[in-house]
Design a protein around this ligand. Structure first.
Ligand code: G1P
Ligand code: ZN
Length: 543
């Protein structure tokens, strides 16, 4: 075996963010850049000699080249076997499922999620542990520390592996198995949902459209919806993964998934529409001329879980990220189960899922999932909705309105200011922090501040503490304003403003969201001086 030890020097900017290391492609293409980070991952782990690693990505530009490098480095570092998706393709939830099913040591996911791809687009690397979930901060901190002192990495000199050919081969003494990207995941979905009921419902005339946005879910969605559930060919839109996602922004929201939105809000609209993101962990749910807010989606899945075979016996608890609306809390209260409020990022759900404190989890950022894997899971959420619809035989809108009548409506919106100069964003957050201590009890128009803090979370399982996770200003009527800076962007800073109010009265459930939240949005600007400090006169994206 020809293992090379290559001398290298640290890069200063390899700190993993909300979801792994994300940079623009040219940064990852710098000499030794990817190799340094991969070696830093391996150096931060113990006991993987001879063990199995899962590797795959969302098919974006640089996926294939990165995989060849990672395979050779895994061989040089002593892994026994790598399972890699055909063509280098594995969705994020599929990696999680495969790690768990084959009891792998861990996995490496190559993706920048919903960020655009292509030679000038974004790329990313994330490490997942043996439970199938994103590495906890203890590990990502160790990786970062290692990346700052690394001096050498190891790589096997060998020919590239043919990633398109299913089957086994070897790299030095390590086995490489190119596996079907979809099969294990589809099998898991069939174990959770009533495919017969959904198939019958589709056959009876229920019409759906699923937009894969030229990203990783194309092959998964085609197999699940068209092949296994019998939906007509063409149900899956943009189903071929492309290295640049067809020039699009593979983020399933009302702005970026506009093709699907136009379809669902147009003439002859289908009954149901869904989209997923670059790596397949996000979802957007639409009904006929109707948008389901992700926070509501989590609450509705929780309230209807026992209609679905995989959750027939009920759910143990619900968890949501702090900025996600409190709609799920109301369902949990009614069910008599716990609801956990965690910092932003799926990694914070891992412990709760592992010990069985939570069964369903969700984030306002179009992420929902459960204990079936340790990632959020876009197509899982779509199937969950389809299963509920097939059982209840009501429209998406009727189900949501029923829900609001029972639990009240949490009006909710997120405003993003993308590409703000970092200094300006930090000043804004710093100013807010300075004011936090004096806000409690102050009245602004109809709103009196009940609490104001910088969210801190103590993990109830391992006691680890995560501080400064977002500024919350809560009012006595239950409404909230939250500010935080994105941890996934690659250029400048992204300020996120989250606004929520609660309306129990069904006669007031028809107000347009931005109108319903208008006063709070204005108050947020007054408190944080968003326009003045960012230089933006409006958000770049509203969801
Ligand atoms: C964003 C979302 C967050 C999600 C993450 C990864 O992170 O807000 O909920 O977990 O992407 O998909 P942010 O950019 O806000 O740090
Ligand atoms: Zn994603």
């Amino acid at each position: 075996m020809n293992i090379h030890k290559i001398a290298t020097q640290p890069f200063e900017d390899q700190k993993p963010g909300t979801s792994g290391l994300r940079k623009q492609v040219p940064v990852f293409q710098k000499r030794h850049y990817l190799e340094n980070f991969i070696q830093s991952i391996f150096d931060s782990l113990e006991g993987y000699g001879g063990a199995t690693l899962v590797v795959g990505g969302d098919g974006r530009y640089y996926n294939r080249q990165a995989i060849q490098i990672i395979l050779k480095m895994a061989a040089a570092n002593g892994f026994g076997r790598v399972l890699v998706g055909q063509g280098g393709i594995l969705s994020t939830p599929a990696v999680s499922a495969i790690i768990r099913k084959y009891q792998a040591f861990g996995g490496i996911i190559l993706s920048a999620s919903h960020n655009p791809g292509g030679p000038e687009g974004d790329f990313g690397v994330k490490y997942n542990t043996g439970n199938g979930g994103p590495a906890p901060e203890k590990i990502t901190d160790a990786i970062y520390a290692r990346s700052r002192e690394i001096e050498v990495y190891q790589i096997l000199e060998a020919a590239d592996i043919d990633l398109d050919q299913l089957g086994s081969s070897s790299l030095g003494s390590m086995a490489v198995e190119v596996i079907d990207s979809v099969a294990d995941y589809a099998e898991l979905m069939q174990s959770l949902f009533d495919f017969d009921a959904i198939r019958d419902y589709i056959r009876s005339g229920f019409r759906l459209a699923v937009d894969s946005m030229h990203a990783v879910t194309g092959p998964y969605a085609t197999q699940l919806f068209e092949t296994l559930l019998g939906a007509p060919a063409g149900t899956v839109l943009n189903g071929v993964p492309l290295e640049d996602f067809g020039g699009g922004h593979p983020d399933p929201n009302l702005v970026y998934a506009h093709e699907l939105v136009e379809l669902l809000f147009g003439d002859r609209a289908p009954d149901f529409g869904a989209a997923s993101d670059g790596d397949g962990d996000r979802n957007m749910i639409l009904g006929h001329h109707f948008f389901v807010t992700p926070s509501d989606s989590l609450a509705i899945l929780a309230a209807n879980a026992t209609l679905v075979p995989g959750y027939r016996d009920g759910i143990a608890g619900v968890a949501r990220s702090m900025p996600t609306s409190a709609a799920a809390d109301r369902v949990a209260a009614k069910l008599g189960i716990d609801c956990y409020e965690t910092p932003t990022g799926w990694k914070f759900f891992g412990n709760l899922l592992d010990v069985g404190k939570a069964t369903l989890c969700g984030e306002e950022s179009f992420g929902t999932g459960s204990n079936h894997v340790r990632e959020k899971d876009g197509l899982w959420a779509v199937l969950f909705w389809l299963n509920i619809l097939a059982v209840r035989q009501q429209s998406v809108e009727d189900i949501v309105r029923d829900h609001w009548r029972t639990y009240g409506r949490n009006y909710y919106s997120r405003h993003d200011y993308e590409g703000v100069e970092s200094d300006r964003a930090n000043t804004l957050v710093g100013n807010l922090r300075d004011r936090l201590g004096s806000l409690k009890g102050q009245t602004f128009g109809a709103y009196t501040v009940d609490y104001a803090d910088d969210f801190s979370y103590t993990d109830p399982v391992d006691g680890s503490i995560s501080q400064k996770q977002g500024i919350r200003i809560g009012f006595t009527d239950g409404s909230r304003i939250v500010f935080r800076l994105s941890g996934t962007g690659t250029q400048g800073a992204t300020l996120r403003l989250y606004v929520e109010s609660y309306e129990p009265d069904p006669s007031k459930h028809d107000i347009e969201t931005q109108t319903a939240l208008g006063d709070l949005i204005q108050l947020a600007d007054e408190l944080a001086q968003i326009k003045a400090l960012t230089g933006f006169d409006r958000p770049t994206v509203i969801t």
